[in-house]
Write a new protein. Sequence first.
Length: 307
Amino acid sequence: MPFFSVVIPLYNKENFIADTLKSVLAQTFTDFEVIIVNDVSTDNSLGAIDNIIDDRIRIIEHEVNKGLSASRNTGIKNAASDIIAFLDADDLWKPEFLKRIYDLTELYTEASLFASKYQEIYLNDIKTEHFFATPTGLLDNFFLSNLNQSIYYPSSFCVKKDVLDEIGLYDETITFAEDVDFNIRIHLKFKMAYSDQPLMMYRIVSENQITHSSIKNKVITDFDKYEKLYPERKDLKKYLDFHRYITAKLYKLSDDKKGYKKMLKGISLNSLNYKQIILLFAPAFILKSIKKIKALLIRKGINPTTY
């Protein structure tokens, strides 16, 4: 049985999947299997990796398009290993990623979740990384550590498979930012070991990326449900309000007044900083202007935030 099962959901990433797969096969820690779940790609994604031959690779084909969460779940269900490593089909691992995660499993036996810091890749291969006041070791509090840029992304995250037997898989009914719901459930119950080395590279601009799509008609995490279930968790409340703030802005950008008002109703303003409060109540045309300016800056490798 391999130590890691690497799950790669694949949908229309023909310009990226070969480099992503090669970054896995270049790992210094070699005891793994790779499960590629093709979610009925309509481009030449599978053809792009035809010439990459390795006995550790398995390809599973969905008969109909099911979405990212379902693709990850298919990979989990077919995994032979006790530890699942997630990698999106346009992201990259540095050669030491799996070795560092393996070291974390050995050093922090009380942990069930493992992750590393990351770099962001922009157009023209410009790379940047954020500063996090999160040292290597056991994470003190996931919710309070993630009121800023996320300290890890799905592609730098690994989980013991038996954890998923307890908290469940990805919620396939959620169609926007499904990681938020998953992170809430998993971090409420389990400890994470973290490496502050940036060992994954996250592409900010690529084909079919969820971060560039509209929230209109999407299903999001039920923030109210978790607030009612854990009324005593002030740390969770701040995390929920942070994501309500993000979601409220997206609703406003999509001209969805009903969605915006629903998010606004749940937010305690003392959960936000002054910049966030100003933007929360700013007119849509200002948010749209800021979005355009930010898009131009991102092309130069600059990603300003209000966090």
